[in-house]
Design a protein. Structure first.
Length: 480
């Protein structure tokens, strides 16, 4: 090989060996029990191949840097908009970006992220992080706080806190999410309601009445309320909203108290179990976001719990409910109205061969003007409170006033940072417990008591009351 030629450099052979080890293990972990059609296997193969090619060739001094960027699975509209953003970034900086595909489900993505980071490979350079991942993956990313002190101070504090672990800023928030209530404005008017429900009890009454009325008109498949009841992370988000609104805490508190076995949480689970087969379809215990959205967009539900992105899908041309719905804060209870914090941030791998350029990409994608344009094109909520006052943001997104309020005062976070690497075990146990109540397999008291004991074994934390309760209720003792 002549001097100056591109070719394998010292890390390339080592990385090749690592990837050859990761590939079969990663595929087994991601796709065990899934279809052997190959449709789901392709993304991980493409990602690893891209990384291998990037690492095995060294650009000459004249060639621009190419960053590799791995983030969430997205639809065609989002992908096209993201590519336009990256092309503009390249025009401004000369830095190229290769956007890598990823698996569709959050659980599969987390497995892939862990596998790739565990190799110590120099790519991807920038990773998208779900808000519940920083505690599990913080060791693999550089601390962004020294580089984004001013930018972080301008964000919603609760959103920035979601990406901060042990005072380390693991990722920069760029797409916040929060649970919301969608409701049919036309049906509320028809049945004499002036505003959406403010409490879960009100929702139950209104949903039952509207459902009965619509079915009397011949709509036998009409339901009062659809939500996400499948045994995955979406159920953690829903159930946490129910119990937190009643003062039932957030499963494990910031002081590491395991608080889930309390009367308020138990009552919230019992109420939701009553919805199944009454105001919600029996099959709601298998619904994910798209399942509930499909029922809603078809015009077969009065209310839906979902994320802000569901607004765009509900309002598309040809939608049966176009201009017939609105959004509100989720109903509440005696502790108020809360939605679970979701969303994605951007993190820089500590193994990146191009950390300076990677930081530039994170800065660009979280920049004020880029967020403004993204809110107009994709209706994605900004992370900066000041942007919610701009006409160019509010006019195409009138519901953003509501989101601004929710991000300030109406948010509950999952206990991902306090549990760190144990979060997946914690949320899996919580999902199993709540799902067993929804399906009638267990009573709420029994499930809460068993969950409490399992979380003690998993985390080593102590039992304790939710905030506001001076003493644990009698239900914080195991049911014998």
């Amino acid at each position: 090989m002549q001097d100056g030629e591109s070719g394998p450099h010292p890390q390339a052979f080592e990385m090749l060996m690592k990837i050859q080890t990761v590939l079969p293990r990663g595929i087994r972990g991601l796709y065990a029990g899934r279809s052997s059609s190959g449709k789901l296997v392709r993304p991980i193969c493409m990602v690893l191949l891209s990384l291998l090619l990037e690492s095995c060739t060294r650009p000459s001094a004249q060639e621009p840097v190419t960053l590799t960027f791995l983030e969430e699975w997205s639809n065609k509209t989002f992908s096209e908009a993201r590519q336009q953003e990256l092309q503009q970034f390249t025009r401004e900086t000369g830095i190229r970006v290769s956007l890598l595909p990823s698996p569709e489900s959050a659980r599969q993505r987390l497995v892939l992220w862990r596998e790739l980071l565990g190799t110590g490979a120099s790519g991807p350079d920038v990773y998208g992080l779900d808000v519940i991942w920083p505690g599990m993956l913080s060791e693999y990313f550089i601390d962004l706080k020294p580089y984004f002190t001013t930018e972080v101070s301008l964000q919603f504090p609760a959103i920035a806190a979601g990406y901060t672990v042990d005072n380390k800023l693991v990722a920069m928030a760029y797409r916040p999410d929060i649970g919301l209530l969608y409701y049919r404005t036309d049906l509320l008017r028809q049945y004499g309601y002036r505003e959406p429900p403010r409490t879960w009890d009100e929702l139950e009454i209104m949903a039952a009445r509207i459902q009965a009325g619509e079915r009397a008109k011949g709509k036998k498949q009409f339901w009062g309320f659809v939500w996400q009841g499948a045994a995955d992370e979406g159920l953690t988000c829903n159930a946490l909203e129910w119990q937190a609104a009643e003062g039932g805490g957030r499963i494990i508190e910031e002081d590491q108290a395991i608080s889930v076995n309390n009367q308020q949480a138990i009552k919230a689970w019992q109420r939701a179990a009553h919805w199944v087969g009454s105001i919600s379809p029996p099959g709601v215990v298998g619904y994910r976001e798209w399942d509930s959205l499909n029922v809603w967009v078809a015009g077969d539900a009065a209310f839906m719990r979902n994320w802000p992105s569901a607004y765009v899908d509900s309002q598309v041309a040809g939608s049966p409910i176009r201009n017939k719905f609105d959004v509100a804060l989720l109903p509440g209870g005696k502790a108020g109205r809360v939605g679970t914090l979701g969303g994605w941030g951007l993190a820089v791998s500590r193994f990146s061969a191009h950390p300076r350029e990677a930081l530039e990409l994170v800065r660009y994608l979280s920049r004020r003007d880029v967020q403004v344009n993204r809110s107009r094109v994709l209706s994605q909520p900004p992370t900066l409170p000041e942007l919610y006052n701009l006409p160019e943001v509010l006019e195409p997104n009138p519901r953003f006033d509501l989101l601004s309020q929710a991000f300030r005062t109406g948010m509950v976070s999952r206990p991902s940072n306090v549990t760190g690497k144990k979060y997946q075990e914690v949320t899996d146990a919580y999902i199993e417990a709540v799902h067993s109540v929804l399906t009638g397999e267990k009573g709420a008291r029994e499930a809460a008591a068993a969950l409490e004991d399992e979380l003690v074994r998993t985390t080593g934390f102590k039992k304790g009351p939710p905030p506001g309760n001076q003493h644990p209720s009698k239900n914080s003792e195991p049911v014998r």
